[in-house]
Each structure stands twice: as C-alpha cells, then as structure tokens.
Design a protein around this ligand. Structure first.
Ligand code: NAD
Ligand code: USQ
Length: 407
C-alpha cells in the first residue's frame, strides 16, 4: 500500500498531543488525509511563548479553529480539538482518553527549544515541570484508562550527546559485555547512556526512563522516535491552502539552524555560525517527519516488546558546511559569532537509521529544490521578520557570550 492512503480496516483513532505545533500540525493533517480519525489536544502554550518572546512565526499561522475549519472545507474531513494543559489538567485529559478511546497517542506536547530552556531559572523550571509532567500524565492516564493504546513519542537525537568516538550511534540500545567475578562474560543490551546538552534535552533523557518503567511494569506499548533537527516548513497537506500554513520559527530561541540560515540569507542577514561551526548534527525534512510517524504507527510493538526506539533522521551535516552551502547559493556572507551554548566546538556524528529504512522510508535529503522552497517561503514573508529577534542570546553559562554578528 502507498504511504498516502490507508485501508479501512487499518483506520485508527489517533490522538495528537501538541497537534498545533510545528511537527504536530502537518502530522495531524497527513494522518487525517490518509484516512485516520484525528483528535488534537494542545494548550496553545507555544503561541503564548510567541507572545512572551515577542517573536512570531515568520509565516502567518492561523488560529487553531480557522485551521481546522479550513481543513474541513477543503477535504471534508473533521479534526476535533481539545484545549487541555496535559501537565496540569490530568482529570480532564483522562476523561478525553476515556471518551475518545484512541488506538494511538502521538506525543509532541513538550517545550522543545534548548535555548528557551536555558534562558533563566524560571525557564529551566518550566521546561522540566511541563515536559516531565506531560510525559508522566500521558503514561499514567493510558494505564488508568485500561485501553491498549500505542504511544508514539517524539524524542531527540540529543539524548545520545553528539560525540561517539567513531561508533555509529545505535537505535536506543547499546550492546555491552560485562565480566563476572568468575571471569565469565555476559552480553547485555542497555539504554544508550544519555549525555544531554541542555535542560530541554535532559527532559528527553528522563522521558526514556519513564517509558522503560511503564513498559516493564504495565506493558504499555511505546515507540520513542529519536528525531534529528527538522527543517523545511510545509508539507503536501499544509500547502493545500494558505490557512493551513505551518509555523516557521526563525528567532534566536526557537529557530533551528538550517531554517535560520535559509531565512537569514533570504532577508539579507549574515548567516550566524556559532563558534567555528564544527558541530555536526542529524537532520530530517518535515515531510519525512510525517512519513516516519505514519510508519511508526503502522509498525507497532506487541505488548511483550520492550520500548521500540527508532532514530528519526536522514543525514548528518556540519553547521559550517551548511552555512557555506547556503552562502554559495545565495551570496549572503557568513558571520562566525561567539557560541552562546556550552557545547563541543567540533564533533563527528555517525548514526544508524536502519529501522525506518527497513520499513520503507525513502529519505529526502538536502537538495537545492527543497532549500529554495524554504527560501521562497522566507522571502514571501520577509516583511514580517523582526531582525532584532534573530541573534541567539540565551546563554548556557555566565561565561558564554550572545551570538550577535558584528555590524
Ligand atoms: P512546537 O513547540 O512547535 O509544538 C509543541 C506543541 O505542544 C505546541 O503546540 C504546544 O502548545 C504544545 N504543548 C506543549 N506543552 C503542552 C502541554 N502541557 N499541554 C498541551 N499541549 C502542550 O514543537 P515541535 O517543533 O513541533 O516539536 C514537537 C516535538 O518534537 C517536541 O517534543 C520536540 O522535542 C520534538 N522534536 C522537534 C524537533 C524540531 O526540530 N522541531 C526535532 C527533534 C524532536
Ligand atoms: N547553531 C548555529 N547558529 C545558529 C543556530 C544554531 O551555529 O544560528 C548551532 C547550535 O549552536 C548547535 C546546532 O546549530 O550546535 C543545532 O542547533 P539547533 O537550534 O538547530 O538545534 P537544537 O538546539 O539541538 O534543537 C533542535 C530542536 C529540538 C530537537 C533537536 C534535535 O529545537 O527540539 O530535539 O534540534 S537534535 O539536535 O538532534 O538533538
């Protein structure tokens, strides 16, 4: 069967937590388009953070009900929406699970910016409280509902840390051999030791333990997707109408590196490489994010399986190489700015992603056409850009300096 359709007997009720966000919105539309029944839960906290930071999505995203009404008008498909703070409104959340009886819950609902999580003690505490409570409440509610729900969670490549001494990062579990006192060698697989680089990434490391525990104790079926940096903005479905347009974060807290570089070049702002740009990271295009999530739903674990962990990325790149590529394509200059983060200046990164490839993923890799598509979107909404919000000013320690280009 093609990835853009589903057969009636595999139609599922899917609850998308965080379905108003950058990854959750296009995923909700895609899964609705292929025939699943979608319910979104979101407390719209990301939109409130836009207000707090006085930095908006570069694209003019519409209010959630305008989005949902447009989807119904264009496709005839309904998506229900509940405004619930999953971290703090457990009873309301449980009640929706009990009434909607989802087959699958996709969990995107966390504070996802590393710089935002490092801005101040208040932001650190918010990120920990929000992310840990959402994840725990979801697991607790699944068990309390007594429903056999497959939980699909969006985790991050950052739980592994980025340096591997040449080892290809496995998909979640590390083979190890321990020597007993009698000299006998025992083989085991353990969760890959975590090495988070920010408070945000640390919450994702903690999520892994919650998953391991609820899987062991209550047989909850869980797939944890360790996703790389997402780039691009629109998908086949969000492109159907301007009212469905996806978020495009470009500010110093929420903008991620490749989208930021493309936006900066499109509006004539120097490309802000932190430090030497020797940092190597994993990437995935937003269209592949939605495909991978569909594949994860179609390939669920059995009740007896341990937590499935898939590396959801398609390629790795050095930050400086991305800057050079975009500079060559656009003529924009590169600014090597101080690194506001405490992170390794250089690292190699080799990652396994065999599981998605074996399930049929045909990876979209960085190509000129897709880069230009992002540039086109950025140019179209250039007048909405606030240049003062571009530099990254959230500092990991008191010793770090803001990533502001010299003028
Ligand atoms: P986003 O901030 O755009 O979306 C998250 C959504 O969750 C928002 O709409 C927000 O309002 C909602 N939310 C947060 N806390 C909530 C709560 N307590 N109750 C209800 N709703 C809540 O983020 P995104 O970029 O779409 O990321 C989604 C997930 O994917 C995150 O968990 C993130 O860690 C992960 N991820 C993202 C990227 C990326 O590059 N964007 C990469 C790897 C992993
Ligand atoms: N960087 C620059 N210049 C910029 C912005 C970033 O050089 O203008 C550098 C950063 O210092 C860092 C790298 O680019 O070394 C990546 O930064 P990023 O903001 O693109 O990514 P990160 O903070 O790691 O977070 C993003 C998402 C997060 C997700 C993570 C996946 O916001 O939700 O979990 O990517 S991963 O990086 O694989 O852990």
């Amino acid at each position: 069967m093609r990835l853009d359709q589903t057969s009636l007997n595999s139609k599922k009720k899917i609850m998308v937590l965080g379905g108003d966000g950058f990854c959750g919105w296009p995923t909700s539309l895609h899964l609705s388009q292929v025939g699943h029944d979608i319910v979104i839960i979101d407390n719209l906290s990301r939109r409130n953070i836009d207000n707090e930071l006085e930095a908006e999505s570069l694209t003019p995203i519409q209010p959630i009900h305008t989005r949902l009404n447009a989807w119904k008008e264009i496709t005839g498909k309904s998506i229900d929406f509940y405004n619930i703070d999953i971290a703090n409104e457990y009873a309301e959340f449980l009640q929706v699970i009990q009434s909607e009886k989802p087959d699958v819950i996709i969990h995107f609902a966390e504070q996802r910016s590393a710089p935002y999580s490092m801005k101040s003690p208040k932001h650190k505490r918010y990120t920990v409280n929000n992310n840990m409570n959402v994840t725990h409440n979801v697991l607790c509610a699944i068990v309390e509902s007594s429903l056999d729900i497959h939980l699909v969670h969006l985790g991050t490549m950052g739980v592994y840390g980025y340096g591997t001494a040449g080892l290809k990062i496995p998909e979640g579990y590390l083979d190890m051999e321990v020597k007993k006192e009698n000299g006998e060698r025992v083989e085991q697989q353990i969760l890959y030791p975590t090495n988070p680089g920010s408070i945000y990434h640390m919450t994702k490391s903690q999520d892994q333990l919650l998953f391991q525990y609820y899987n062991k104790n209550d047989d909850v079926r869980i797939t944890d997707l360790h996703q790389g940096i997402v780039w691009g903005t629109n998908t086949k479905e969000t492109n159907l109408d301007d009212r469905l347009i996806n978020r495009f974060d470009y500010d110093g807290d929420y903008g991620t590196v490749l989208n930021r570089f493309l936006m900066q070049a499109a509006v004539g702002y120097p490309i802000t490489v932190h430090g030497t740009g020797g940092q190597t990271r994993a990437f995935i295009h937003i269209q592949d994010t939605v495909r991978c999530i569909q594949l994860a739903i179609e390939n669920p674990p059995a009740r007896t399986d341990r937590v499935f962990i898939f590396n959801q990325m398609t390629e790795t790149h050095r930050v400086a190489d991305l800057a050079k590529l975009i500079s060559k394509l656009t003529g924009e200059e590169i600014a090597y700015v101080p690194n506001p983060r405490k992170e390794a200046a250089e690292n190699e990164l080799h990652v396994k992603n065999d599981l998605f490839l074996s399930k049929g993923l045909q990876p979209i890799t960085l190509n000129e056409g897709l880069l230009q598509e992002v540039t086109k979107v950025a140019k179209r909404f250039k007048d909405r850009a606030d240049y003062e919000k571009i530099p990254a000013t959230s500092l990991w320690t008191k010793e770090q300096k803001p990533g502001v280009p010299e003028v």
